[in-house]
Design a protein. Structure first.
Length: 134
């Protein structure tokens, strides 16, 4: 998730790009840049969802957090999960469950990377955040 043109806010997109170069198997479907209601069409019918996004939680830039939905209630994404629906991740998934009953995964992991700079217009992450990209 994120904005590729706002420096560290694009870290999730850079990680997906790096993962595309790996042989992750046929059962892995990498998606990036999802916005609006099209998110639900892309994530429904999966047993597990892993969301990769930038976060500002006051930690060291480049720090990587593995969060569950419960953990995430105390953290904030930079852009409400880029949904343009102005919802946090747990709320967005509950909304998806109402739209697609029984089709939205309950096994959700959020991989969040601590951002340093989300204001500079750049398609590159800061050096500390870049180290978090495989």
């Amino acid at each position: 998730m994120g904005n590729l043109l706002c420096s560290d806010d694009g870290v999730g997109l850079h990680i997906i790009e790096a993962l595309r170069k790996e042989n992750l198997g046929a059962d892995v479907d990498l998606q990036e840049g999802l916005t609006g209601l099209d998110i639900f069409e892309k994530i429904k019918d999966f047993d597990r969802i892993i969301i990769i996004d930038a976060i500002q939680a006051g930690g060291q830039p480049g720090s990587i957090y593995k969060l569950t939905l419960e953990d995430f209630k105390d953290k904030h994404t930079l852009h409400s999960f880029s949904t343009h629906l102005n919802m946090d991740i747990p709320t967005m998934l509950k909304f998806g469950e109402k739209l697609f009953p029984g089709k939205i995964a309950r096994d959700v992991t959020i991989i969040a990377v601590e951002a340093e700079d989300i204001e500079t217009i750049s398609d590159r992450c800061t050096p500390k955040v870049k180290k978090a990209i495989p």
